[in-house]
Design a protein. Sequence first.
Length: 76
Amino acid sequence: MKKRFKLPDVVALSEDLPKEGLLKGQVGTIIEILSDDYFEVEFSNDKGVTYSLIPLKSSQLIQLHFNPSKSKRAYA
């Protein structure tokens, strides 16, 4: 099943990209959809300063979730 990314999903890298100075797990934001499988991802520091802007394939990304799945019950 193909991953469905959209603007402005928060994602993490699924692999190291040493030539780009990026490590697996670094968090970025999809800022542009380039094609069905390529996305422009912005990586920023905690002050909001961009340190990398790079096109990535969906296989290089992990979608992050901030809320539980609707099928899961929240703990009381």
